[in-house]
Design a binder for this molecule. Structure first.
Ligand code: SF4
Ligand code: ZN
Length: 720
């Protein structure tokens, strides 16, 4: 251990020295007031903010980080008590190194072409739901490079198959694992669960300050609460580090820092293994030089539970392949969109009319396709003893994800508007049209086995068959839409809770009603109802509304009692329809934020993908920083997009007519729905009265615009 201690001390000192001189020269050329920070975060330099409580905004403020890192490296306690004594002070030095690396990355504006660099808050938020629902099982920080290209592909594909996101970090000047994957034509990107962070060791800090922000965004940890934040990372962030190839001094020291967050290290290099320490669940450092075993060993060492379905098809299968595209150049055959007629339709049938596991193709297969296109009808027939017809659309909607998760298959749209592609590569591996049925059968059984007993799939590829069955499907779609229109809060006696995000935001609960979906946008009332029937003891529980306490606010005694209990007694009451009085709390993965604009007597809405400034002078990310963590913030709510045009959208404050501003893109997506709802409310030409970034970015511009257009909010009762 003594030689490691020497290496670590020297490296920490060296990095502190580097930071001092980088900072000094930056101050000399640009002045102390020069901005310092990363794009796309509300948490300044996130590690310094979280662990030290420092809001570093400029070069001057950065000096405090150096002071603290120095103390920490000497094992002395800091002002907020931060001290980590484990492993003879090595972890303390490691942590000091992380703080310095973050500072260096910011001062040197560490970034390289083709790499993501700093991971913005929005990425974290969009990953939130995927982590809680299991689509993402873990995060691998992969540093260095594999022995050869095929092994690199093997490891990363192995992680993809197990639903693990790989964050790649290189060694400056050397070929790294990202280069290896690119040479092998592996498609990179967040959608594919492979994110190259940077081409030098220092970039591993972007994985660290990404992880610590989970504690800030979802865990409700405040600045400087280092104990809570580290504990959160140890217990709730399923990450680990894989070091391939050279173990440099910086990597060793950084690795010790990372152990503070509970992330174990798995390496193919000779190193003294380290058993369990106080911060890790199992071993802290594991040596595994058998490449075949690295994936399994990593998962085991971090204690990650993996649930993967076995789907008997000739290509890889899993959520990591969901986002991959099939481009024209490697297209074998496509169905639907402009090229042909295509649809998918799922319906319930009597038990004796369905033969479980039967998959039939009626018409030509891919190999017999005259051109690169074929018509396609996917008819899924399900049966169960007590099947609830309301669940048909829920099951049908899964087809999109199920087919997309096959490597080399792309699926878009739903109902009669689908567009499906099979790649040449998938075809070469033996993928055929029948496999659509194989996938749907296996996955519906896996996810919905509790509510469906039998599933049979018929695939049509002759134009006359497709057209014939499409007609029947269209009638069913119309009838379905009519039924859904009737689904309103007043007509049901039960709402559903969703506690999925509690693994991240321990005090947060969503209450889902027919007219207000979960704030992540992924769970409707019907989804929650189905989920409850599938897993009665799961995250979605029915709550009988019972006695109404306030109809306008949307408060019921039973809902309040439930929330109090399940929020660990932190929330007493919740209004379903109000922004100002006891609004719902937010975990952090909201699609949009609705925020009070007092000067306009209305509210603005900002969506996750809008990166610009809003009239409140803040970006989505900055606003989001104060809305999450499972607390109620009167005047702010996180919502799913579809709630904006619901009849119950902040109905207690006057509803849709209060919206004064939203990003243009969101406005355009919702245009038809906004116009419909505005008409029902008797608001004339309302759509044109909502400002967006093309006509108002500042508050003054907004007020000017609203006055000119005579926005209805201006003449509504005062909000505050
Ligand atoms: Fe999380 Fe709410 Fe979505 Fe459930 S509905 S996953 S609790 S955001
Ligand atoms: Zn959430």
């Amino acid at each position: 251990m003594s030689d490691i201690a020497g290496i670590v001390s020297a490296t920490t000192q060296k990095l502190i020295g580097m930071a001092e001189s980088a900072l000094a020269s930056a101050i000399k050329t640009k002045g102390e007031k020069e901005f310092l920070g990363f794009e796309g975060t509300a948490f300044y330099l996130p590690l310094a903010y979280s662990l030290l409580g420092l809001e570093v905004k400029d070069l001057k403020g950065a000096q405090d980080i150096i002071k603290n890192a120095l103390l920490l490296s000497e094992g002395k306690p800091l002002a907020n008590g931060l001290k980590v004594p484990h492993l003879d002070g090595l972890l303390s030095k490691g942590l000091a190194t992380l703080l310095i690396e973050e500072l260096l990355a910011a001062v040197l504006k560490l970034n390289a072409d083709g790499y993501l660099g700093f991971v913005p808050d929005t990425v974290l938020r969009s990953l939130g739901v995927q982590l809680v629902d299991g689509r993402i099982a873990g995060i691998a920080v992969v540093i260095g490079r594999a022995k050869d290209n095929p092994l690199a592909v093997k490891i990363i594909r192995g992680f993809q198959e197990k639903n693990i996101v790989s964050l790649l970090v290189g060694n400056k000047g050397e070929k790294n694992i990202k280069d290896q994957l690119v040479e092998e034509n592996v498609e990179l990107g967040l959608d594919n669960y492979i994110v190259p962070l940077g081409n030098e060791e220092l970039a591993s800090i972007f994985a660290v300050n990404f992880a610590i922000r989970a504690a800030l965004s979802f865990g409700g940890c405040k600045a400087g609460q280092w104990q809570e934040a580290l504990k959160y990372a140890q217990e709730r962030v399923p990450a680990f580090v894989v070091v391939l190839g050279k173990l440099s001094e910086v990597i060793v020291t950084t690795g010790l820092g990372v152990l503070n967050l509970g992330f174990p290290i798995i390496t193919d290099q000779d190193a003294p293994p380290v058993g369990k320490i106080e911060t890790t669940k199992y071993e802290a450092l594991v040596v595994e030089n058998n490449y075949e075993k690295i994936v399994a060993r990593s998962i085991e060492t971090r204690g990650i539970k993996i649930k993967v379905a076995h789907v008997p098809i000739p290509v890889l299968y899993g959520p990591a392949f969901e986002g991959e595209r099939v481009r024209k150049e490697n297209l074998k055959v496509e169905f639907g969109s402009k090229s042909s007629t295509a649809f998918e339709y799922l319906t319930a049938r009597p038990m004796d009319k369905v033969q479980d596991g039967k998959v039939e193709l009626i018409g030509p297969d891919v190999s017999e396709a005259p051109e690169k296109s074929l018509p396609l009808g996917i008819l899924v027939e399900v049966a169960a003893r007590n099947f609830n017809k309301d669940f048909e659309p829920i099951l049908e909607r899964q087809i999109h994800r199920y087919l997309n998760e096959a490597q080399g298959v792309m699926h878009m749209g739903q109902r009669e508007m689908i567009w499906v592609r099979i790649s040449q590569e998938a075809f070469d591996k033996g993928f055929r049209i029948k496999h659509f049925g194989t996938i749907i059968h296996a996955m519906l059984h896996k996810d919905f086995g509790a509510i469906v007993d039998k599933i049979q799939i018929t695939l049509f590829t002759k134009d006359e068959d497709v057209r014939k069955h499409l007609k029947g499907a269209m009638d069913a779609f119309t009838a379905r839409d009519e039924r859904l229109k009737d689904l309103v809060d007043e007509k049901v006696d039960t709402f559903y809770s969703c506690a999925l995000c509690q693994s991240f935001a321990p005090n947060h609960i969503c209450i889902i009603t027919p007219e207000r979906l979960g704030l992540c946008g992924a769970y409707s009332w019907l989804d929650a109802k189905a989920a409850f029937e599938i897993t009665p003891s799961g995250g979605n529980q029915p709550i009988k509304k019972g006695i109404c306490l306030d109809e306008r606010l949307g408060q019921w005694r039973a809902i309040n009692d439930f929330i109090f209990e399940k929020s660990n007694k932190t929330i007493n009451e919740v209004s379903m329809y109000s922004l100002l009085v006891a609004p719902q709390s937010s975990c952090g993965c909201f699609e949009c934020i609705v925020a009070l604009v007092p000067e306009a007597n209305g509210v603005m809405v900002v969506s996750r993908d809008y990166t610009g400034l809003t009239p409140l002078g803040m970006t989505f990310t900055q606003l989001a920083g104060s809305v999450g963590g499972g607390v109620q913030t009167p005047g702010f709510i996180g919502v799913g997009k579809l709630y904006l045009t619901s009849k119950k959208f902040i109905s207690s404050e006057g509803g849709l007519g209060r919206i004064v501003w939203m990003p243009k893109e969101l406005k355009d997506v919702l245009q038809a729905k906004i116009e419909q709802r505005a008409q029902a409310l008797g608001l004339s030409d309302f759509f044109g009265k909502i400002a967006d970034e093309t006509n108002a970015v500042t508050l003054e511009e907004l007020i000017g615009f609203l006055n000119k257009r005579k926005h209805p909010a201006l003449s509504m009762p005062a909000l505050i």
